[in-house]
Ligand binder design. Structure first.
Ligand code: HMG
Length: 409
């Protein structure tokens, strides 16, 4: 039985900055960002675009574009490292904002950027075990990547949510989860202590940890009987584009290619997956899947029936390397999903506008919603039409988060 990603969609903030302008403002040669880090634009989440709102908007777009029904969902997992509550999971907000069935299992997963992959692998096991009883799983990755302003991490931020429907006979990508190679090691390469909104990172060490985890998970994959190395494309976790280039050199090195030969393959084997990430930045749990969406948007038709490799990394750290196969018909279906559409409706922010959003957002979780607003249940007259966006308004007097439906076009 084939199981995997049936449909995918994503939501990004309306605002983004041009990283050439950020480099200029920081007195850094733009080439360092463009070719040194392989980044161009960075999404900036405004107050109303919290992880719940982005997740809801990505998932609503998923159902709208794919034709799937929320009634078929029996499992909803949200992977995030930008939780909005210590107890109440983003997944249960989604449950009401989307109108998922009351018989649905919902929960949130965390292990840095690996949380979404944990959700997908669990969803696949849930289907293969028979627990799904014919139903599908919704897995949503949602995050806001934040480092302190004017640090080396600043150009590697981003924000966004990626929603995926996991089911039998998937229309896009079958995932061979049984062959996944896993790796884990306790390291302090990137962390976010409870009282902080910005992540802390030992940046250069994190690059080493990522590469070691790639070796470890790849070798675990290869050690299984019948594991084949013949991949047409490679999708990596993408904290910034250059990391994927380093990863590809490293992996192809393990396969016996020298650096020049690996670089020569890069344009064909990896670059199509980096187009969306270079316009959005690091979306943490969703980064690998934004890369997958980019690959499918640009090349699904020519890759039908072909094997690709996926590498997921979560700082701290854990990693998995697993094979997948692009499904027959994926080209036409990916075109119908109009995956690039969220990137065509954005507004460029000035650097001062970005800084003022960032300087204000320590108070995002404690700001009061306008008086008279009740937490939105997703029911009744405020139920969104298909063209509306979910927005976060603040908290009420009992510190419950308040969401509203805002009509866009
Ligand atoms: P940095 O201090 O900017 O590093 O930090 P650098 O000075 O070494 O420069 C970076 C590259 O730019 C170098 O190339 C320079 O040579 C080049 P490389 O040696 O890497 O090939 N460069 C130039 N190129 C062209 N023209 C120039 C020029 N100047 C220099 N004029 C770092 C970079 C990534 C460490 C920093 O941005 C950072 O700390 N980012 C956050 C951490 C991160 O993204 N780590 C990635 C691996 S860990 C991970 O992926 C997990 C994560 O997603 C979190 C999670 O799991 O939840 C982060």
């Amino acid at each position: 039985m084939q199981v995997g990603i049936d449909a995918v969609s994503f939501a990004v903030p309306e605002g983004y900055i041009d990283l050439g302008e950020l480099a200029e403002a920081r007195g850094i040669p733009p080439e360092k960002y463009f070719s040194g880090l392989g980044v161009r634009q960075m999404a900036v989440a405004a107050f109303h675009e919290d992880p719940v709102a982005m997740a809801a908007n990505a998932a609503r777009r998923l159902f709208r574009q794919s034709g799937a029904s929320v009634d078929e969902v029996g499992l909803c997992i949200v992977g995030t490292e930008t939780a909005v509550d210590h107890a109440k999971p983003v997944a249960v907000y989604l449950h009401s904002l989307l109108g998922l069935p009351s018989t649905c299992r919902v929960f949130e997963t965390k292990h840095a950027c690996f949380g979404g992959t944990a959700g997908i692998l669990h969803a696949i096991d849930w289907i293969r075990s028979g627990s799904h009883r014919g139903r599908s799983a919704l897995v949503v990755c949602t995050d806001i990547a934040r480092y302190p302003l004017q640090t080396a991490g600043e150009p590697t931020q981003g924000a966004g949510a990626v929603a995926m429907l996991i089911r039998e006979r998937p229309r896009l990508l079958a995932i061979d989860a049984a062959r996944s190679g896993s790796y884990a090691r306790d390291v302090y390469d990137f962390w976010r202590p409870l009282a902080r909104k910005d992540a802390l990172t030992d940046g250069h060490f994190s690059v080493q940890c990522y590469l070691e985890a790639l070796s470890g998970s790849y070798q675990a994959f290869r050690s299984q009987p019948g594991a084949s190395d013949a991949f047409d494309r490679y999708c990596y976790h993408v904290p910034y584009g250059k990391m994927a280039r380093k990863a590809h050199r490293h992996l192809r090195g393990l396969q016996g290619l020298d650096e020049a030969a690996a670089d020569a393959q890069f344009e064909q084997e990896v670059a199509p997956s980096l187009i969306f990430p270079s316009l959005v930045g690091n979306v943490y749990t969703g980064s690998l899947y934004l890369a997958v969406a980019s690959l499918l948007h640009h090349q699904a038709a020519r890759l039908e029936g072909r094997p690709i490799a996926l590498f997921s990394y979560g700082s701290g750290c854990v990693a998995e390397f697993f094979p997948a196969t692009v499904q027959p018909g994926a080209g036409a279906f990916a075109a119908a999903l109009q995956l690039d559409q969220p990137l065509t409706q954005r507004t460029k922010l000035s650097i001062p506008a970005y800084e003022s959003i960032r300087n204000a957002d320590d108070t995002n979780d404690t700001r009061q919603a306008p008086p008279g607003m009740e937490p939105w249940s997703g029911q009744g007259t405020d139920t969104p039409s298909l063209h509306d966006q979910v927005v976060y308004l603040g908290i009420d007097t009992a510190e419950r988060r308040v969401y509203k439906n805002r009509t866009t076009a």
